[in-house]
Design a binder for this molecule. Structure first.
Ligand SMILES: [Zn+2]
Length: 285
């Protein structure tokens, strides 16, 4: 099929009320400090970066699930020769829809789709770059065409108390958690090589992650027991140009006629063709 109208940059819209990445959100709060910075001051205009690692793992797991749903297995994310603390967990994974990482290279030139996309074995690079998301609380400064998002940095404080009855809930320590509230933006994926099967799998996986967003294993980042990381996600129509991409995020504008036409073309021509390209590829092994 002709993928020409699709650029190598593909965008996923990501919306979540609360995201916790543990200690790996990189903030620019020092810019705002000026010596009198207060964590909890709502006037803080703090932005930062969500690293690509948790996003990539989340997407990968969605893709693995799609492969497993099609009765095929995906590369295990861990090295086969790694010293797993619990050998039986690795064995259990292999029974539950994974093969040893790189095993798929024995029967196919490019390995399974997950291997082909993510690489990471025999020095093979992945076929797409997962970029970090830069977020800012000031919407007017957010550039969605560069994979940025509106998001509000929050510092959560939790008091850990003693659970021994005789201690009377004596505070033991205070933990602080970096979080982003009301995130809405685009995640930019840049393909080094664009194959129809890749796009087919991506579209399928994003849909899968969206419909399984409240499942523990498909939430994003940490603090999932507390409801963080429930993500609304959608593949932004790859036929859109940059102007149309920005319009997706503008609450005051509805889609143009041209956008509606592209949506129709995507749903009726591209999606089914990409889907069958993916299915052909999955039948290869
Ligand atoms: Zn594989």
């Amino acid at each position: 099929m002709n993928l020409e109208p699709v650029s190598n940059d593909v965008y996923i819209r990501i919306r979540t009320e609360l995201l916790v990445i543990g200690d790996s959100i990189i903030t620019d709060r020092h810019h705002a400090s000026n010596g009198n910075y207060q964590d909890d001051d709502p006037q803080n205009q703090i932005g930062g970066i969500i690293p690509a690692f948790p996003l990539s793992g989340w997407l990968r797991h969605g893709m693995e699930s799609v492969l497993q749903q099609h009765d095929t297995t995906a590369c295990h994310p861990g090295e086969a020769n790694a010293n797993f603390k619990r050998e039986n967990i690795y064995e259990r994974d292999l029974d539950a829809g994974y093969h040893e990482k790189g095993d798929c290279l024995d029967s196919t030139e490019n390995g399974c789709l997950v291997f082909d996309l993510f690489g990471g074995f025999e020095n093979r690079p992945g076929k797409f770059m997962r970029r970090p998301i830069q977020f800012s609380p000031v919407r007017s400064s957010v550039d969605y065409t560069r994979g940025q998002a509106e998001g509000h940095y929050r510092r959560l404080n939790r008091n850990v108390v003693s659970r021994n009855a005789e201690d009377n809930r004596q505070p033991l320590r205070n933990t602080e958690l970096d979080a982003i509230a009301n995130l809405d933006g685009s995640w930019q994926l840049t393909f080094r090589e664009l194959k129809p099967a890749f796009l087919g799998l991506l579209a399928e996986a994003i849909e899968y992650l969206d419909t399984h967003q409240t499942e523990f294993s498909h939430q994003l980042g940490g603090a999932r027991n507390f409801g963080a990381g429930i993500v609304d996600c959608e593949l932004i129509n790859p036929l859109y140009d940059n102007r149309e991409l920005k319009r997706v995020f503008n609450r005051h504008q509805s889609p143009t006629e041209a956008m509606n036409e592209k949506d129709e073309r995507w749903a009726e021509q591209f999606r089914p063709a990409l889907q069958s390209a993916m299915e052909d590829r999955l039948r290869e092994r």
